[in-house]
Write a protein that binds this ligand. Structure first.
Ligand code: PAF
Length: 281
């Protein structure tokens, strides 16, 4: 495993690889967990060289405190990655290596995807994600990049981004990995107390209940059911629950047999904001 902190040396190293060698890419903000490792293992199985970036991107945080408190564990991240077999390259830059003149995001229109759910609640978030993912893809030029489905809206937006910018990369979505209690794996889980770690299982329990009842229950009744479940648990604050069309991410009011739907939740346990989703049909 080789670690680069500067894009010039990373680009140089990647350009000396054989032209036919496939490059896989896993972008991360560090605080790596088994979910990230599963993406890296998939990338290693499908590519000759795999680049993992570790960079807490300031432009995608709409909340200063969230950025400050985002877990940063570079030593642990490196040790985890060192255990993996294969040709692994780690890109661990400083902010100035990626944002030379100003730490700001480009404005994007992802065909309306940016205005739904996370876009409504985290203003400018997807401009920041689009800006950094575009920069990283242009530096690394991977054949394939891997993203987790926990951030399903992000995955759809990245697919749109590469179409808009005509970037020659395949975007692969990978299934959510869960703790044994059902909680979706996330770097933010490191900030939960032991009590909160148990309480937040409500999120996945509720999503599973919605999935079980989806065929037989109207969307209006499912919305009411989820509000009720969260009202019974005052330690968790529901930010939003949405049943949305999987392709457009638009809120579904009623079901249409030809469409695919997903249920999405964002909720707070104290100051920690968690998101999760499940496919419904
Ligand atoms: O999903 C994440 O960790 C981040 O949004 C990403 C894709 C690494 C961009 O900073």
């Amino acid at each position: 495993m080789v670690i680069y902190t500067q894009k010039e040396t990373l680009v140089q190293a990647l350009s000396s690889a054989n032209k036919n060698d496939k490059i896989g890419f896993v972008p991360t903000m560090g605080a790596l967990h088994k979910g990230h490792i599963s993406l890296v293992k998939k990338a290693l199985a499908e590519n000759k060289v795999v680049v993992v970036s570790i960079f807490v991107n300031p432009t995608q945080f709409n909340n200063k405190a969230d950025l400050q408190k985002y877990p940063r564990t570079p030593e642990d991240d490196i040790s985890l990655l060192k255990n993996l077999k294969g040709e692994l390259v780690v890109y661990l830059p400083e902010i100035s290596d990626l944002y030379e003149n100003s730490v700001s995001a480009k404005k994007y229109n992802f065909g309306g995807l940016q205005n739904e759910m996370e876009g409504k609640h985290r203003k400018g978030h997807f401009d920041g994600v689009g800006t950094i993912v575009s920069k990283l893809l242009k530096i690394i030029k991977p054949n394939t990049a891997y993203f987790g489905e926990k951030d399903f809206q992000q995955l759809q937006i990245v697919k749109k981004l590469v179409a808009i910018e005509k970037l020659p990369v395949k975007i692969v979505g990978c299934p959510i990995l869960r703790e044994t209690n059902g909680l979706a794996m996330s770097s933010r889980n490191k900030r939960l107390s032991a009590k909160q770690f148990e309480e937040v299982t409500l999120i996945y329990r509720t999503l599973k209940e919605v999935k079980e009842k989806f065929k037989s229950t109207s969307i209006t009744d499912l919305n009411a059911l989820v509000s009720e479940r969260f009202l019974q648990n005052p330690d968790l604050k529901l930010e939003y629950f949405e049943i949305a069309n999987e392709a457009t991410l638009k809120t579904a009011k009623r079901k249409n047999k030809a469409s695919k739907y997903r249920a999405f939740i964002a909720a707070f346990a104290g100051e920690v904001r968690l998101i999760d989703n499940i496919s419904l049909n």
